[in-house]
Design a protein around this ligand. Sequence first.
Ligand code: ATR
Length: 274
Amino acid sequence: MINRYTVIGQPIAHSVSPDIHHVFGELSQRRIHYTRTEATPETFASVVHDWKRQGGLGCNVTMPFKQQALEVVDRIKPCAQRAGALNTIFMHKDGSLVGYNTDGSGLLADLRSTLSADPAGKRVLMIGAGGAARGVLGPLMDRQPEALVIVNRTVNKATKLAEQFDVNQTLSAVGLDDLSAQPAFDIIINATSSGLTGDELTLPASLIGTSTLAYDMVYSNQDTPFMAWARANGAPRVVDGFGMLVEQAADAFVIWQGVRPKTRLVYPRLVHLR
Ligand code: ATR
């Protein structure tokens, strides 16, 4: 039996999710056929339902439909509820659509397993307070960092997020102007959608310490402006979001197929994407 999945987004032509899931299929000896599907806000719901009617077993949902997708599914798992968005739909045998979010678990898997950078007990800075930030805050807070600071150009959006996720008073929101008063961070995560160019956003170099990990959630073959800023200011470890992309895909695969691919075996097979 061929197990059919797709990723729905706009634009979608450059998504590497099919490459990742096909390697997962080979390694777990499952026959996987994973495609890309373009939609618009007007067609998104019918695209999802058509996929199910055509025998698709599940789909991933990416920009800009992650929030809209909550309205399309029949059941929302707590991971997606908390994130306010979903990225994975499981098409249940009983005909229902079940929504999950694996972005946060994927980020944590990359930080903990691949990068040995568990946020537990660490000082973490999150740049940005939009959907990408909200999607990962719950799992980050679950690790009980010593402090998690959200900084955003529009500070009241950061404050709202902090109020929502501050379960143990370690989460705070600051404006860009307050950053220079902060001691260095162990982990700095860029969750803004746009590239952060020097012109648009100036971050103080004092945020970077001798062992800081600078992590851009965006997958990019070349340094993003955030990564370039971190490197230029001496961050010893600077990475893009490729690992998060692979790990969130592995967490979707386990929902669909019941096995989690050993991602450390997957990376060598995906070097052509780097
Ligand atoms: P996403 O769902 O990808 O997170 P979003 O909800 O539009 O997208 O949020 C984008 C985030 O990037 C926000 O934190 C935004 O800051 P504002 O809330 O102040 O708009 C941030 N962002 C986008 N462009 C930016 C820029 N040029 N400089 C600084 N922050 C920027």
